[in-house]
Write a protein that binds this ligand. Sequence first.
Ligand SMILES: [Zn+2]
Length: 309
Amino acid sequence: MDINPDAELDTSQVEDIRGSGGGVGGRVAIGGGGVGLVGLLIYFLVAQLGGAGVVPQGLPQAGDLGGVRSGQQVDSDGIRGECRTGRDTAALDCEAVAVINSIQSFWSTQFARSGSKYVPANTRFFNGSVSTACGPATSDTGPFYCPGDRKIYIDLSFYRELQTRFGAQGGLFARSYVLAHEYGHHIQNLIGTSSRVRGNAAGPTSGSVRLELQADCYAGVWANHATQTKSASGKPIIENISRQDVEAGLDTAGRIGDDFIQSQIAGQQVNQSRFTHGSSAQRRKWLTAGLSTGDTKQCNTFAPGVDLG
Ligand SMILES: [Zn+2]
């Protein structure tokens, strides 16, 4: 997978708050084991279900709090200056801009085809800790989507952690899958799927697992169409997705499955009743379902009698 060096990047889709708030040294419990994992397992749930369930539609708006607390400021000037075209994507933040552009370009086209309008979501880069409409979070929670302010939050050091802590192969496609999964949650928020899931029940067939597997499937749907996505001036953004790229994506999906995290990372017994994201096999299955078909209809993890895997 490559990013077209000639594609211009739209940095208006990201907000940079790395230079403030948590700041340098603000990381909490890097590789710290239990606490972080609990965060990783739970936070998505709180963010999505709490946010989507309790604050159903559009409030609070980004303008009135926007997740920025005092001492945390959006300063995207650096990114605007540095991330101009695909040539700049050796830097992880610029790479993320390109991938986000591609993901939102795809969904925008997809929504337009079905006669509706896609509402873009910005991604916020943060360091260490962040305040959001879904509550405070640290890097330990991993990347997440907050329905309350319709933003994706990521500390880009998560990519390194995927490799060092989870043993993932990494690579551009795997990093893109992470972002595309979070945008999958934004799609669910826009079309109202997230609000169908109430409470915070866990378990292998819980609403939470169904939401997560569907977000994996949506990530796959984007990946299927990624090489057709275009920049504002019509240049392809993504090029050359190989079998190896896909394998690396599936490898990552497998390493953030509940059973893998419980047994291999936390060193506990696998306890299905605590599943919130789905098993490794399920996550691979649903990412593949989207990837191989490119069809959102194949992502109906809520269908009666559906085989979740
Ligand atoms: Zn998720």
